[in-house]
Every structure is written in structure tokens, then in C-alpha cells.
Design a protein around this ligand. Structure first.
Ligand SMILES: C[S@@+](CC[C@H](N)C(=O)[O-])C[C@H]1O[C@@H](n2cnc3c(N)ncnc32)[C@H](O)[C@@H]1O
Length: 402
């Protein structure tokens, strides 16, 4: 006989089984250990105030805490992203793992992966979050996970070295502690923001450097505390149009760029395929000589002033008075879509030519998944860096394509 209590107990189990199947179908889960962890961790117990459907939704975060402007500063991460990052991490039984940014659910998944011989520590900068995570972990039967209140910028020296460090807030840089607290062959998985876009990058330790093992687009609440991003500048050109940059060499002349938008648009078409947008965007943002990110609202896009590529932000090449950015059009000859450039302003022609050249070079030489190798070198930049580099606070990113 099925009692009411039985049915409420069974419902999360059924939702969880569906979730695991869907995560496998979408290639977020690709290994048996990660599937097994997701199959047993009762994620609804880490989101006790949320509807069950939300807690088990693949792509939704569950709000936990907002700042005074109503922006999320803590959420339970979406199952899909947790799965992708745990696969990137390659956690094995018996490992010591540090999670930076708590909530409880992900730490419980990690505890399942390391098993009873492993050790999981989770640190958060916010005491409300640590207290909440502690309660949820105990309630769900994960009392062995250690919770720590601290700014994760310094890692958690008590407990180091770690086989894995997994960061679950968007970081602008990699502080020295995240490298020094890794074992010699340890792995850091970090959502790193580079020129306005965040990617979860799995870095393997390589001596004092880090070398990427894999990277995937990701969205996270921002890191707070000592490591918070301070370098990002944003120029509102007009209602619904903004340009953002984090490199101080990039000119953001609001009035001149806004005037440029009123000049006639110039279009250049590359004749090259537009696909693998994540890979193309990484190449563009790091190879354009003066990169910003152009954002436009739906109203502005609907008005025809700016292309739809800017709805989620698009790499833009900017000068003092001109701007060029990527667009696309249907073209069966290039396999569905062709990439192109829209440019405005007195230097539109020169910027569009430079941009189009990069679109072609990428399509000819690098149009593959995982084509970029990302190396993090702590300390001052070498005098003659061999690859494309991005200056960070504590070191540089050196990226090459093969
Ligand atoms: C997306 S939430 C973490 C989600 C969680 N890992 C889970 O199980 O779903 C990000 C967390 O990072 C925390 N955070 C932000 N900056 C931090 C810092 N400097 N040190 C430690 N935690 C930080 C926030 O307080 C927030 O709780």
C-alpha cells in the first residue's frame, strides 16, 4: 500500500533518476563514478525552500542569497554545470579535495567521489552560507565534509596539499595559494574570466605553472573578497548598448563610439564557416589587437542598429572612434552559416579588414574543439612571451592554438 509519506519520499528519487539520464544524454555526465554520485546525493535537501522541480532541473540554479541590489551572490549551481566540472576534475577515491564556494550539494557529490578514505573541505567567505551548508550537509548525511569560513583567495592551508581544488565562483585570476596548495600532479578546476567571458578550465599542475586539460563555457556568481574583479570597465554608449573591457590599454571613448554607431554600417563577409562559437570566440577575444565586448538589448537588436550576436555579448575590435564586431548569415556553401563583420566609424574599413582576416585564419587553421592550449604562468611576464598572452594580477595566461 502506498502511503502519502511514501509518495513524497519517492518523488525526489524519480526526479533524480530522470536527471541522471538527461545529464548522460547531454554528455554532461560521461563516467560511471560521476553518474553514481548524482544518483545518490539528495539535492533537494540542499535547496529545502525550492520547488522539487527546480532543485532537479538540469540547467537552473537555485537562489540562495542576493546582494542589496538584488543580484545573486550565492546559488546552488545547476546540475549540468556541476557534472561538467566534476568530470573535468577527474576525482578518484581517497583524494583530498578543496571546494572554494560552498552550498553543500557539490561538496556532497565530491564526498561520494572520494569515498570514505577521501577528505573534502569546502570554504566560503560568507558565514550565512557556511552555516547553511553545514546544516544541509548534516541533514543529508554528509557530516564528514569539513566547512570553513574564510576568503578562498588564500586557499585553506590547514589541510593542504590537495589533489583537486574546485572553484565555484567566477575568478578573475589564480592566486598563488591555488597553485601552492595543489599536490605535484594536482588539478585545479576554475571558472576563469578572461576578457569578459568565463570558462571552467581544468588546469594540471606543471611545476610552478598550470597547463589546461580542458575548458568549457560556464556562468557563475562573481568571486568576492580579495580576489574580486576590479579591472572591468563598462561604457554605456546609449540605452541598451554597452561596451566592456578589462584591459587598460583598450580605449573606451563613450561619446566617440556612440557617434560611430550613427555612421553607416559597413559589412565584410569572410567566406568562412561560422560554427563552434565558443572556440571561435576564444580565438577572437585573445587575438584581436584591442578587444572589448559589445552588448546590446533585444530592443536595440530589433531596431536593426546592432546585430543579434551582441545579445549575449560579442568580441569587438575598438579604436578611439570606431568599432567592429562579428555577425553571421546563412550560407549553405560554408556549411550553414558564414561569419562576417559589421563596423562603424571613421576607421570602419581598417577594423573590419583586421577582424575578417582573423575569422578566416581561425576557420582555415584552428576550427576544432579544444584547439587552444592555455598555460598559466605565475609571477612577472617573461621578457619575450612566445604566445598570445593576457596579463593577470598574479601572472599571465599564455594561449596557443594547434
Ligand atoms: C555558486 S555558489 C557555490 C555553489 C556550491 N558550490 C554548490 O554546491 O552548488 C558561489 C559561492 O562562492 C562564494 N564565494 C564568493 N567569493 C568567495 C571567496 N572569495 N571565498 C570563498 N567563497 C566565495 C559565495 O559566497 C557563494 O556562496
Amino acid at each position: 500500500m502506498t502511503s502519502i509519506d511514501d509518495s513524497t519520499v519517492r518523488e525526489p528519487d524519480a526526479l533524480r533518476a530522470d536527471m541522471v539520464r538527461a545529464l548522460r544524454d547531454q554528455n554532461a555526465i560521461t563516467s560511471e563514478p560521476v553518474a553514481a554520485a548524482f544518483a545518490v546525493v539528495p539535492r533537494h535537501l540542499f535547496a529545502p525552500d525550492a520547488p522539487l522541480g527546480l532543485a532537479y532541473d538540469l540547467h537552473s540554479t537555485v537562489p540562495v542569497k542576493k546582494d542589496e541590489h538584488g543580484m545573486d551572490i550565492s546559488v546552488m549551481s545547476a546540475a549540468h554545470l556541476q557534472a561538467v566540472m566534476l568530470e573535468q576534475a577527474g576525482i578518484e577515491p581517497g583524494m583530498k579535495v578543496l571546494e572554494i564556494g560552498s552550498g553543500g550539494c557539490n561538496a556532497a557529490l565530491i564526498q561520494e567521489l572520494v569515498g570514505s578514505d577521501g577528505v573534502v573541505t569546502t570554504v566560503d567567505i560568507d558565514h550565512d552560507i557556511v552555516d547553511r551548508a553545514r546544516l544541509c550537509l548534516d541533514d543529508a548525511g554528509y557530516g564528514q565534509v569539513k566547512t570553513v569560513l574564510a576568503d578562498g583567495e588564500g586557499g585553506v592551508p590547514d589541510g593542504a596539499p590537495y589533489d583537486r581544488i574546485i572553484v565555484t565562483a567566477a575568478a578573475w585570476d589564480i592566486p598563488p595559494s591555488w597553485i601552492s596548495e595543489l599536490t605535484g600532479n594536482g588539478r585545479l578546476v576554475v571558472p576563469l574570466t578572461v576578457r569578459g567571458t568565463t570558462r571552467s578550465i581544468a588546469f594540471d599542475r606543471d611545476g610552478k605553472d598550470l597547463i589546461s586539460h580542458s575548458y568549457r563555457l560556464a556562468r557563475f556568481v562573481p568571486m568576492q573578497g580579495e580576489g574580486a574583479a576590479k579591472e572591468e570597465r563598462k561604457a554605456m554608449l546609449r540605452d541598451g548598448v554597452a561596451v566592456q573591457a578589462d584591459d587598460e590599454q583598450v580605449p573606451l571613448n563613450t561619446q566617440a563610439l556612440n557617434r560611430a554607431l550613427d555612421t553607416p554600417r559597413l559589412e565584410h563577409w569572410s567566406g568562412a564557416a561560422y560554427d563552434l562559437p565558443d572556440e571561435l570566440e576564444l580565438y577572437l577575444t585573445l587575438n584581436l589587437s584591442s578587444t572589448a565586448r559589445l552588448h546590446a538589448s533585444k530592443d536595440v537588436v530589433d531596431s536593426g542598429l546592432v546585430e543579434a550576436s551582441a545579445l549575449l555579448g560579442v568580441p569587438a575590435l575598438v579604436s578611439q572612434d570606431s568599432i567592429a564586431y562579428r555577425t553571421r548569415r546563412e550560407n549553405q556553401d560554408t556549411g550553414g552559416f558564414e561569419s562576417g563583420v559589421v563596423a562603424h566609424g571613421p576607421q570602419a574599413e581598417a577594423l573590419a579588414a583586421q577582424y575578417t582576416d582573423l575569422l578566416r585564419r581561425w576557420a582555415e587553421n584552428h576550427r576544432r574543439r579544444g584547439a587552444a592550449a592555455i598555460r598559466y604562468l605565475p609571477g612577472p611576464a617573461p621578457s619575450s612571451p612566445p604566445q598570445v598572452t593576457v596579463q593577470k594580477r598574479h601572472g599571465i595566461l599564455a594561449v596557443s592554438w594547434h
